[in-house]
Ligand binder design. Structure first.
Ligand SMILES: [Zn+2]
Length: 323
């Protein structure tokens, strides 16, 4: 076997680990519970043991692993490999994760936030393959982002670049969890999409979603797209609001880094063409007419393994220029 790469997706609940060949084809993967309450020593020890077990199961030597990549939610000091703190893992404070894992595995360890890692995965082998400039959004509880400019992730002076969910699109608009007003995340994340519908129903709007809200006590973005498909007017209004917010954000990003491709990921892309086509419609309606931009708006293709693929791809990238 030629050289291999390990990708680790460190989350608050589970640690997913994948072993990849040099073409980033998955050889074997596993998932173990994080047990963050046991503290960083135990968690990082478990990461190392799981990597070693994967190699034994695949009958491959640790010597063939060239590098290991890790993705995890921030904030962190990525260039120094230190998790500053973590809302999902409260025991992790100023943890030099790269150094600690390197001491156990003896391999170069590369580390970045989970959105950047997923972005890099799509860039290397997914929806961004073949381009050098890409913007990435992940639509979940919040909105995460990643920017690739001329073949490199953009990190910024203090490594907090590409917090694209907190781009203000409606000044004095809805309050965001971050404290600002009018962030795209306050309109178009899965949670905000559901919340806007809930608020409209509570304010008296007619909708087939009302019965669901009364019965379950909550509605989700998935419910909204289902009711949109069956012709509910409020569901259409809410989904249009989400698509419009995302289209404005795409236009702003186009004028910032001029990506060739804008990729959406996350649970909400399960809505399918009805979401993508509305984003494209609003984008086409509102984009300037000065010059036709060659940007393509599309959905991610890597699915739930994006975290481990991206981490392995980032590890491979550290071995030299290229994807
Ligand atoms: Zn915000």
């Amino acid at each position: 076997m030629s050289e291999m790469f390990v990708g680790i997706d460190l989350g608050g609940t589970n640690i997913k680990i994948g072993l990849f060949d040099s073409a980033l084809e998955l050889i074997r993967k596993t998932s173990v519970s994080t047990q963050a309450d046991m503290g960083p020593d135990v968690v990082i020890g478990k990461m190392a043991e799981t990597v070693e077990r994967l190699l034994v199961d695949a009958d491959l030597p640790l010597a063939d692993v060239a590098a290991v990549g890790i993705g995890t939610p921030g904030p962190a000091n990525y260039s120094e490999g230190v998790i500053i703190k973590s809302t999902n893992m409260p025991t992790f404070k100023n943890v030099p994760i790269c150094q600690m894992l390197n001491e156990k595995l003896g391999k170069p360890i590369v580390f970045d936030n989970d959105a950047n890692v997923a972005c890099w995965g799509e860039y290397a082998v997914g929806a961004g393959k073949g381009v050098k400039d890409m913007v990435f959004f992940t639509l979940g509880t919040g909105i995460g982002g990643g920017i690739i400019s001329n073949g490199e992730l953009v990190h910024g002076c203090a490594e907090n670049a590409a917090e694209l969910g907190h781009m203000i699109i409606y000044p004095d608009g809805r309050k965001c969890n971050c404290g600002q007003r009018g962030c795209v995340e306050a309109y178009a994340s899965a949670d905000s999409t559901a919340r806007r519908a809930t608020e409209a129903i509570e304010a008296g709007a007619e909708s087939s979603l009302k019965k669901l809200l009364d019965e379950k006590g909550r509605i989700t973005s998935k419910d909204i797209y289902e009711h949109l498909a069956s012709g509910d007017k409020l569901a259409k209004e809410i989904a249009d609001g989400t698509a419009k917010a995302l289209a404005i954000t795409c236009i702003n990003m186009l004028h910032t880094t001029e990506p060739k491709r804008i990729v959406f990921a996350g649970g909400m892309i399960a809505a399918g063409d009805v979401l993508l086509n509305r984003i494209q419609d609003y984008f086409d309606e509102q984009i300037w007419t000065l010059k036709k931009e060659p940007v393509e708006i599309c959905f991610a293709t890597l699915g739930e393994d994006a975290g481990i693929i991206g981490a392995a791809a980032l590890a491979r990238h550290t071995k030299g220029p290229g994807r």
